[in-house]
Write a protein that binds this ligand. Structure first.
Ligand code: SAM
Length: 281
């Protein structure tokens, strides 16, 4: 693997901060991530932000096909030439913004569920995860690298400072595990913080299932919309547009004290609240 610094200099390019470009510069870390992702020769992979190919190249050797979605048009000639030099032919590069990509269309080409991987641009990592949750039926699992701080938020238990909307939603729909921690000096340019690699396995069966899972996502969002406020205030002033009387009623039916705050609610309490909301909306 040619170092990102050398590659960019050769092609007269600079890493773009706006696109969260911190390229992985350590081949053994790339290999380790791909090995731990447990990929197989029949797997179909969507890679978010292939960049210069640090994960694309080792992944391509293990799987049937990769759809590599990269927004930065300027990087594509480098990526193509890296793949060509390694005689890799099973990567289809899609020059698009992942937030505007129709993943359903890609997944529909295959009968297998798809695995998503990526060293994510840090500024849109949460948004990417929330979008994947909405289309969770398409995916087997996701293996992502992002800032350690976000990884801690995803796995945070209730009543801790890191617990928030994304923790509650993701923990409902999936099982999360930490695959590895990666030091910031293994990237170019070096980011300010270390990263973590997380595996997200979308649950095939949810035991304590919400009546309407879209309502579950909405009620969690509403509850956390005003973090410092009580549930009663946060929900009644949220985009759900239910008045305070109804808010108090659904909280009481779910056996949740209306003056509690969202960060104290366990996932099953959000499920009960969501179920009561589904009945009155
Ligand atoms: N995978 C490479 C690696 O590990 O070295 C690059 C990772 S870098 C952290 C993030 C990559 O995502 C960059 O290549 C960046 O151009 C790309 N990117 C940023 N925003 C994007 C978006 N909205 N859609 C698709 N790719 C994006």
């Amino acid at each position: 693997m040619t170092s990102p610094r050398t590659l960019l200099a050769t092609w007269d390019l600079r890493a773009r901060k706006k696109l969260g470009q911190n390229f992985l510069a350590d081949p053994s870390t790339s290999e380790m991530i791909v090995k731990r992702a447990n990929l197989g020769i029949d797997d179909i992979v969507i890679e978010i932000g292939p960049g210069l190919g640090a994960l694309t190249v080792p992944t391509a050797k293990k799987v049937k096909k990769i759809y590599a979605i990269e927004k930065d048009t300027e990087l594509l000639p480098i990526l193509r030439s890296e793949l060509l030099a390694k005689e890799i032919e099973n990567v289809e590069i899609i020059n698009q913004d992942i937030l505007k990509t129709n993943l359903n269309e890609i997944a529909a080409k295959h009968k297998e569920r798809v695995i998503v991987i990526g060293n994510l641009p840090y500024n849109i990592s949460s948004q990417i995860i929330m979008n994947l949750i909405k289309e969770r039926e398409l995916f087997e699992k996701a293996i992502f690298m992002f800032q350690k701080e976000l990884a801690e938020r995803l796995a945070a238990p209730p009543a801790t400072k890191n617990y928030g909307r994304i923790s509650a939603v993701l923990q409902y729909f999936s099982t999360i595990s930490t695959v590895a921690n990666v030091k910031s000096n293994l990237f170019y340019p070096k980011p300010n913080v270390d990263s973590s690699v997380i595996e997200i396995n979308f649950n095939k069966e949810i035991l304590d299932k919400a009546l309407d899972e879209d309502d579950f996502i909405k009620i969690v969002k509403a509850a956390f919309s005003k973090r410092r406020k009580t549930l009663k205030n946060a929900i009644s002033r949220s985009e759900l547009k239910i008045d305070s009387e109804t808010t108090i009623k659904i909280l009481e039916l779910a056996e949740i004290d209306p003056v509690r705050r969202a960060e104290t609610l366990k996932i099953n309490e959000f499920v009960m609240l969501s179920n009561e909301y589904s009945k009155v909306k």
